[in-house]
Write a protein that binds this ligand. Structure first.
Ligand SMILES: NC(=O)c1ccc[n+]([C@@H]2O[C@H](COP(=O)([O-])OP(=O)(O)OC[C@H]3O[C@@H](n4cnc5c(N)ncnc54)[C@H](O)[C@@H]3O)[C@@H](O)[C@H]2O)c1
Length: 254
């Protein structure tokens, strides 16, 4: 779809990949809605882009519904929806003391990254289905964010892998489900991207992951994610797929 003149909502739009995508969508001529837990940064990005912000916990039904309603009222429903909100977690099944890890430590990532994404998609899809069709009957386009950890998770990443594997697995399923409405669903699976999420990574881990990356030997830039999200929005024949964005990195077990 031509992005110019459309409304684009971005979850996690206050930081990192989501922020870069919000900026990219605005540069392409969209009116942008920023959904994020971080109210201050979300408002800052929205103000800079002439868009609107809504504070929201994507994993909470009522919070997400209210934020969508507020953005709908401010700038209209979205034809383009990019789901970037997410958290990085890590926990092994068994603690160092030999005890089973408390279940809530193992389900947090699934709650935010997977259930949060599904929560976003149900709300985005319902809005898009009510819009008039464009060329090729297209009503909307959705991009979700997995991770290469959803395919080759490292030791201690099982919870995060489960959440991101689920996001990747559902791209085709939801594309099939929403085809009748003319809504495309695709997923980007990033490798190691240089965003605030990576700030906590110890230097030696970061260096070893850069060494494992085939080419280019560096972290990915948020702008490279945003450029791919933009291309997916514009290219009507990309549907139901997961695209890796990782410099051919295949993570080792540890
Ligand atoms: N940076 C990487 O290397 C990398 C790699 C693979 C996948 N990812 C995924 O990309 C997405 C974006 O990550 P990023 O690197 O830009 O991180 P980031 O921390 O810079 O941005 C994430 C944003 O999501 C928001 N957020 C977190 N939980 C939320 C919730 N429950 N409701 C609403 N907003 C919430 C945060 O406030 C933040 O603004 C995440 O889903 C992450 O798992 C990142």
């Amino acid at each position: 779809m031509e992005i110019k003149g459309q409304t684009a909502f971005v979850t996690g739009g206050a930081s990192g990949l989501g922020e870069a995508t919000a900026r990219m969508m605005a540069a392409a001529g969209a009116t942008v809605g920023v959904l994020d837990m971080n109210e201050e940064l979300a408002q800052k990005v929205a103000n800079e882009l002439g868009g609107a912000a809504a504070v929201c916990d994507v994993s909470d039904a009522a919070s997400h519904e209210a934020a969508m309603a507020s953005l709908r009222q401010a700038i209209g429903p979205a034809r383009i929806f990019i789901a970037c909100a997410g958290i990085a977690t890590g926990a092994k099944l068994v603690t160092r003391d030999g005890d089973p890890t408390p279940l809530d430590r193992l389900t947090k990532a699934i709650q935010v990254n997977l259930i949060g994404t599904i929560n976003s998609l149900r709300l985005a899809a319902a809005d898009m289905a009510g819009l008039a069709p464009l060329d090729d009957g297209e009503r909307g386009v959705i991009v979700t964010t997995s991770s290469i950890a959803g395919f080759e998770g490292q030791i201690g990443q099982g919870d995060y892998s489960a959440s991101k594997g689920g996001v990747a697995a559902t791209a085709l399923t939801f594309a099939r489900e929403l085809a009748r409405e003319g809504i495309r669903v695709n997923c980007i699976s990033p490798g190691l991207m240089d965003t605030p999420m990576m700030d906590g990574l110890p230097d030696e881990v970061r260096q070893s992951l850069i060494e494992t990356t085939v080419y280019p030997k560096r972290l990915g830039h948020a702008g490279e994610y945003a450029a791919l999200a933009r291309h997916i929005a514009e290219n009507r024949y990309i549907n139901g797929t997961v695209i890796r964005l990782d410099g051919a990195l295949r993570m080792a077990p540890r």
